[in-house]
Design a protein around this ligand. Sequence first.
Ligand code: SF4
Ligand code: SF4
Length: 343
Amino acid sequence: MLYKVMDKNVYQDFIKALISNYEFIGPARKDRSVHDFVPIKNISELDTNYMRTTIPPAKKLLFYPTEKLVNYEVGKSIDVKPVVESKERILFGINAWDINGMNFLDELFTTDFIDENYISKRKNLMVIGMDSQPTETNFSPSMGADYAKSGFDIYLTELKDKYFIRIGTARGNEIIQKYAEVRNATAEDFKDYDKYLDDYRMKFKLNVDIKNFYDNFELIYNNEEFWKKVAKDCYSCGSCNLVCPTCFCFNIKDDMELNLKEGNKIREWDSCMIPEYGLVAGGHNFRPNKENRLKQRYRCKLKTFIDKFGKYSCVGCGRCIETCLAKINIAEDINSVKREVSV
Ligand code: SF4
Ligand code: SF4
C-alpha cells in the first residue's frame, strides 16, 4: 500500500481528468433519498455526498441483472459462441462495505469455477473508493466490513483541507502519477487520518450480536415457532435479494429466435425468497414455506461462507432492511437469535 496526500484545491482537476480519459461511473442523485452509480460525463453530475446508495448496488456493473452468456446457431452441427462483454471503466466513490461486497463476489466467482463474464468485467474495473455516511440501518462494523483493506486501486479519504490517499495497486499508482498532484503522506497526515477513522467509526449506531451466531443458529434452526414469528409478514417478494451487494443466485434461460435456428443462453438474477426458487420438474418444491426460505437466506448470509471462505456473505449495508415492505430486519433477527438462546 502506498500513502499519498492530495490538496483539496486540485481534487476537481483530478476528477475532470478521469472523466475525460475514461468511461467514468460514479454516484449521482436518483431521487430525493437514493443515489445510483451511473455514467458521469460532467463533474457537476457527480454527488459523492450520499447516504442511501445504489439500489441495485454496484454489483450490477460486474454481474448484470440480465446478461447474454452464450450465442448458438443450430445447423448441421450446433455452433456455440461464448459472449463475454467487458470494457475498461472507472468506478468512483464506492464505499468500504460495498467494496467488501465485491471482494466476496470475487471469491465466489473464482472458486471451483472461473466465471469469465464476471471476472473479465472485474479486471477491467478500476475502483476508486471513498467513505460515505452510514444510514441508521447500517451495521457493517459488526460484520467487519466498514473498512476496506483490498479490492480497490485507490481509496480517497476526505480530511479537512486534503485527501488522504491509499493506493492499493500498480494500476492505481499509474492513475495517480498521471492525473493527480500528490505528495507522500507525513506523520502529521497519518495522525489526521487516524483521528478521522476514530470519528468515522462513531457514526455507526447499529450493532448486532453476531459473535455466537454460528453456534446459536443451530439451536434455533428447528424451532418452527421462532421462524414462523420472524417470517410472519414476509411477502416473498425477493427485494431483499435484489438490493443485496453479495447475493449472487441466478437463473439461466434459453432465448430462441422464432426461426429456431439461433438463440442465446441468458443469465438473470434470481431470488431465494420467492416460492418458485425451490420448484423443480414434477411440481415438487424443496422450500415451499416462507419461514424456511428466510431461515435459509440467513444461513447463507451468516454461516455458509464462514465455512467456505472464512467470511460472512453479509456486509451489513442495511439495504435489505430499508427495502423490505414487511419490515423484516436482519439486524434485529440476528439479535433475536441471541436473545432466544440466552433466555
Ligand atoms: S424479507 Fe422482505 S424483502 Fe425479503 S422477500 Fe420477505 S417481504 Fe420481500
Ligand atoms: S443481507 Fe442485507 S445487510 Fe447484509 S449485505 Fe445483504 S442487503 Fe446488506
